[in-house]
Design a protein around this ligand. Structure first.
Ligand code: CMP
Length: 140
């Protein structure tokens, strides 16, 4: 089924100049970008986007990291876009992501202060429902 899903190239991905390489990975999987927007996310937007994580101990670090600079929000469209994007993106922890995925091929980890935030280059919607919600949130 033709679906749409949201991708965010996070501040680490933008700083490393990886936007084009990341887009190419999704295009090579048969998807096409239909929307793109560059912005520095506000804490308010991030609290809505990460509502499932707001109460977790790592959330303050996640918010600080995600609002530390510009991100690129994009909508990709194609056959089974949600699952295809998840596969190409790889596991949350870059060290556990399969070889060939974005997070494994381009990712690393950093250890700020007393907590660890996974700087994993991209966010990808987990389900079709989440994708619809997130596309509305980021693109209105
Ligand atoms: P993302 O796919 O954007 O969804 C939530 C983000 O929180 C995740 O990628 C990571 O950047 C971060 N994250 C998730 N779990 C942890 C964790 N246990 N420790 C630190 N950061 C995490």
């Amino acid at each position: 089924m033709i679906e749409r899903t949201l991708i965010i190239v996070k501040p680490d991905g933008v700083r490393k100049g990886l936007e084009k390489s990341i887009i190419r990975k999704y295009e090579n999987a048969g998807l096409r970008m239909v929307k793109r927007k560059v912005l520095t996310p506000t804490p308010d937007l991030l609290k809505k986007h990460y509502s499932a994580h707001v109460k977790k101990p790592f959330y303050p670090y996640l918010e600080k990291f995600m609002s530390s600079g510009p991100v690129v929000a994009m909508v990709f469209e194609g056959e089974d876009a949600v699952a295809t994007v998840r596969k190409v993106t790889g596991a949350t922890d870059p060290a556990k992501a399969d070889v060939g995925t974005i997070r494994r091929d381009f990712g690393d980890m950093e250890l700020p202060d007393d907590d660890r935030i996974m700087m994993n280059l991209v966010h990808a919607s987990a389900t079709k429902e989440e994708a619809e919600k997130e596309i509305k949130l980021w693109f209105g």
